[in-house]
Write a protein that binds this ligand. Structure first.
Ligand code: EPZ
Length: 434
């Protein structure tokens, strides 16, 4: 396993180019199962979750060739309709194969994902929607066995706007007979990107990006005539804007989609950052002190839960008391305990966290617990006095491509080492970046 070491106290200056959105790429790759043939997808990020999804497609009988600029996936044949426990437990998004396998193949066997660090994360809404379309499920031995002898359009009311739940049902409905309507659908930009991809395969979808999705089923879908380009990753972009906010300096995130970042941009402005927006780039400049703020995580277009940890890192050194309310997941404050080790002053009561800003953090060894918490800890290291070592950064590799190189590219003193590298190796690696 590796760790990231950061020598804090240096402002950042320069440009960081973002990759394609992980949370759009995952459903889009799985959606290729709906349309037999060879698909070409561009701007895929080079992440562990992407390679896990491609290897899952391979186990289903669909070979692929990953190239960041143009990945090919061949879904001509489905030989095996199972997503096994060892895959799903590492990547919950594997449950997205339920909808496409039922729609195309009429059967699937998918391991229940189990919980994860940030919460129980049930999939009852996925199953409710797919059952409304005519699927039948049995649960045995931790696996969901699904069958469907043809899907039929239905009206589905989701209890909450679940992102992957909306995606699973949306994908299945494209091949159902008749029209389906999903009420209380998720509105995330990644849903819009998936809908656009499905439309490129011949699907008929209205209302993407609103809370009511109408899908007119078609008898078949086929690969698009042109490669599909995945939208830029708004969470990666927001994370690097937070890096400038916490370290100070001036960072421009390029090849991003500013319209998907409005809630994060508003919050960083509230915190005292100067944000400028151009067509495909956003600049965050921070020279003065940070002001306290309040974060209430909500489904899109509200403030994204995936940016809560990163903004908490910013709040730790704001001049005043900030408050957070995490409304989406029941256990998404694991980073708070690690930030306390760096001298932050955070009080967590259930879903509410109160952060009293301190003049500066101090470097320490801290443990990553989930993808976004890992990012928050690296950001905190950028502002801390001394050296911070972030352990278990395999979490980070799931959602951030080359974070060390991208931060070093704007002046951070940061390096990636084996987690048993000694003090001498740590200092030597950081000297190289100075
Ligand atoms: C997606 O997870 C994202 N993952 C998450 O990103 C993101 O945090 C989350 O949406 C919220 O925006 C992918 O897109 C691969 P939900 P998802 O279903 O779909 C409850 C990251 O860091 N719920 O919208 O699993 C659930 O417990 C990851 O990139 C049910 O109760 O999230 C949660 O409280 C982390 N029953 C809430 O809804 C269900 O059937 C929202 O979950 C489904 C969800």
């Amino acid at each position: 396993m590796d760790k990231i070491v950061v020598a804090g106290g240096r402002p950042l200056n320069g440009e960081i180019q973002t990759s394609g959105a992980k949370n759009a790429a995952l459903p889009i790759l799985v959606a290729t199962l709906l349309a037999p043939g060879e698909h070409r997808i561009t701007n895929l990020p080079n992440l562990v979750d992407i390679s896990s999804t491609l290897s899952l497609l391979g186990r289903i009988g669909c070979p692929s060739l990953f190239q960041a600029e143009s990945t090919r996936v061949d879904t001509t044949r489905i030989a095996f309709s199972e997503a096994p426990y060892d895959v799903v437990r590492k990547m919950r998004a594997s449950v997205l194969v339920l909808g496409p396998l039922l729609a195309r193949h009429g059967a699937c066997k998918v391991s229940l994902p189990g919980g994860c660090a940030i919460g129980v994360r049930p999939i009852d809404q996925h199953l409710k929607g797919l059952e409304a379309l005519g699927a039948r499920f049995e649960l045995s031995g931790g696996y969901i066995n699904g069958r469907a002898d043809g899907l039929r359009g239905a009206e589905i009311n989701l209890d909450m706007p679940t992102v992957t739940g909306t995606e699973n049902i949306l994908m299945a409905a494209t091949l159902a007979e008749g029209t389906s309507v999903i009420h209380n659908a998720a509105r995330e930009p990644e849903i819009v990107d998936l809908a656009n991809f499905l439309i490129s395969l011949g699907a008929r979808i209205e209302g993407a990006g609103t809370s009511t999705l109408t899908i007119h089923g078609v008898p078949r879908l086929s690969p698009a005539s042109r490669p599909y380009r995945v939208l830029p990753d708004r969470i990666e972009a927001g994370t690097y804007l937070c890096a400038a906010a916490i370290a100070g300096g001036n960072v421009t995130v390029t090849r991003c989609e500013p319209s998907t970042l409005t809630a994060v941009i508003d919050k960083l402005r509230e915190a005292g950052c100067e944000i400028t927006v151009d067509d495909d780039r956003v600049t965050c400049a921070r020279t003065g002190e940070l002001r306290p703020f309040h974060v209430d995580t909500q489904p899109h277009p509200g403030f994204p839960t995936d940016m809560q940890a990163q903004l908490m890192a910013v709040a730790c050194i704001a001049n005043g008391t900030s408050t957070f309310r995490e409304n989406i997941f029941e256990n998404r404050y694991m980073h708070a305990a690690e930030l306390l080790r760096m001298g932050a002053r955070i009080d967590v009561q259930g879903r509410v966290a109160t952060v009293r800003g301190v003049p500066s953090l101090t470097g320490a060894s801290v443990m990553a617990s989930d993808l976004r918490a890992s990012a928050a800890l690296v950001l905190s290291g950028l502002a801390a006095q001394g050296v911070t070592q972030v352990l278990r950064i395999y979490h980070l590799d799931r959602g951030y491509e080359d974070m060390t190189a991208r931060l070093r590219g704007v002046g951070a003193s940061i390096a990636r080492l084996a987690d048993d590298a000694d003090e001498q190796a740590v200092q030597a690696s950081l000297r190289e970046t100075r």
